[in-house]
Design a binder for this molecule. Structure first.
Ligand code: FO1
Length: 306
């Protein structure tokens, strides 16, 4: 029986690593957001796939959570000298992965196959599935118009005011056919940004329905603790969209799309209000600093939905 883990970004990758330490490759499949993908410097860049891949390979930069550890930056330096765009930092070792992905895509392989080849070459045994092989691109609605996600997140450092999001291409994207819905015993929505990491996954037509039709629990872990996001712009986005940046508000966002919800110990007094929204609820330490924290949370989530 398989656990599906939906993840995107650095926060989600933390719990993903914990799950990978608890579950065997046959029992765990990652479904990863590709709404952050973009064409850049001639490469098809897949930030959330790569963040998960490097994290599972033990090669992720521990400070940033994205890109590789033991990196050098000669390519960026030389590109800058040549007048190239350097706002999106590609390290020398990370560059090799982008060159390799481009070659594999040029052979006509789809994103799922390419991701599997790269994961295997980094000795990863767990399955990493892009949510779709078709292009879906998150756009951030700002006062100056729609902004491509990486332009919002990296180039403009999340400064623009976000009033909403859309996922260009989602309506014609196909759910990754390799996702083994039939044998699912639980779906874990990792503590990623609900709006730009999880919603794109659930926006692929049929994804949400297929998850609920498994009849298995769909458990979301709150990315908001005590009114602030552990990582990234989640709380800022919520405030800008007129929502209180609370765990209860995140739960409200998942009404009808998840069945279980995990709040952090700091928000234990909110558990009743989350339950009142119709969720089965649990309280756990969702702030993950150490590897043990990641494993403990994974175990707590799996025990909750066992
Ligand atoms: N995030 C940044 O804040 N600055 C960067 O320069 C940057 C480069 C980068 C390169 C490769 C990659 O896979 C991810 C990278 N990220 C960078 C992170 C990325 O923008 C975000 O992790 C996701 O798109 C949202 O979680």
């Amino acid at each position: 029986m398989t656990v599906l883990a939906l993840t995107g970004g650095v926060g989600g990758a933390k719990l993903a690593l914990g799950l990978a330490h608890v579950l065997e490759p046959d029992d765990l499949v990652f479904v990863v957001n590709t709404g952050d993908d973009f064409e850049h410097l001639g490469f098809h860049v897949c930030p959330d796939v790569d963040t998960l891949t490097y994290t599972l390979a033990g090669a992720a930069n521990p400070e940033t959570g994205w890109g590789r550890t033991d990196e050098s930056w000669h390519f960026m330096e030389a590109l800058g000298q040549l007048g190239g765009e350097t706002w999106f930092r590609l390290g020398d070792r990370d560059l090799a992965l982008h060159v390799r992905r481009r070659a594999l895509l040029a052979q006509g392989r789809d994103l799922t196959e390419v991701t599997a080849v790269l994961a295997r070459s980094l000795s990863i045994r767990h399955r990493i599935l892009p949510m779709s092989n078709d292009p879906v691109r998150t756009q951030v609605h700002t006062p100056d118009g729609p902004l491509a996600f990486q332009h919002y997140f990296v180039r403009d450092r999340c400064q623009p005011t976000a009033s909403g999001f859309d996922f260009a291409g989602a309506e014609s994207a196909t759910v990754n056919p390799m996702i083994p819905f039939a044998g699912v015993r639980a779906t874990v929505i990792c503590p990623s940004n609900p709006f730009v990491s999880v919603d794109p996954i659930l926006a692929v037509p049929g994804m949400c329905e297929s998850l609920l039709e498994t009849g298995a629990p769909v458990v979301a872990v709150s990315p908001i603790v005590g009114g602030r996001a552990i990582k990234g712009p989640t709380a800022k986005m919520m405030r800008e969209m007129g929502m209180p940046a609370t765990t209860v508000e995140v739960a409200r966002h998942y009404v009808g799309r998840a069945t279980h919800f995990v709040v952090d110990e700091v928000d234990a007094e909110s558990e009743g209000r989350v339950r009142a929204l119709g969720f089965e609820t649990a309280v756990a330490q969702t702030v993950m600093t150490s590897l043990q924290d990641r494993v403990d949370l994974a175990r707590a989530v799996l025990d909750f939905v066992a």
